[in-house]
Design a protein around this ligand. Structure first.
Ligand SMILES: *[C@@H]1O[C@H](CO)[C@@H](O)[C@H](O)[C@H]1NC(C)=O
Ligand SMILES: *[C@@H]1O[C@H](CO)[C@@H](O)[C@H](O)[C@H]1NC(C)=O
Ligand SMILES: *[C@@H]1O[C@H](CO)[C@@H](O)[C@H](O)[C@H]1NC(C)=O
Length: 117
């Protein structure tokens, strides 16, 4: 058991060094959770500028499910992708607002999945 933990730590460290995606995994998915929303969020790069976007769940006027996990997967694997930050709600809430931001002069391409019930 200890050995397995060590191996998985080494593998994840390796992954950090090799692939430099900015992935975010907040919360924990339970077995019976469903995918509440899946969105791809893309902004192209433009010179010297920082691009950003706010994602909101649920859409205005709709009821949200109770959120247990948020997975944000960076489609850039070269470390040039953007960053994500939670602005409101999130795990344990029925709404969330997520701020996505590029590096200066860069773009971003994230797949955002919200799980819950
Ligand atoms: C998921 O969220 C995105 C971004 O807020 C929205 O455009 C889309 O309509 C949502 N999809 C569903 C099925 O609610
Ligand atoms: C969230 O839950 C509260 C309490 O159950 C409810 O009043 C509110 O309308 C819900 N909000 C959304 C966005 O579903
Ligand atoms: C979310 O959790 C609240 C409190 O536990 C519950 O009353 C509500 O029915 C839940 N909403 C959904 C969509 O399961």
């Amino acid at each position: 058991m200890k050995f397995l933990v060590l191996v998985s730590i080494l593998i994840s460290l390796g992954a950090l060094v090799i692939g430099q995606s900015h992935n975010y995994f907040w919360g924990t998915r339970r077995g019976y959770d469903v995918l509440l929303n899946r969105t791809s969020a893309f902004r192209s790069s433009s010179m010297l500028r920082v691009k950003s976007m706010d994602l909101q769940y649920p859409l205005k006027g709709q009821r949200g499910g109770n959120i247990t996990a948020i997975h944000i997967e960076d489609q850039y694997t070269n470390g040039k992708g953007g960053y994500a930050k939670l602005l409101a709600g999130g795990i344990g809430y029925n709404f969330t607002k997520i701020h996505l931001k590029s590096q200066r002069g860069g773009g971003f391409n994230f797949i955002v999945e919200i799980y819950g019930r």
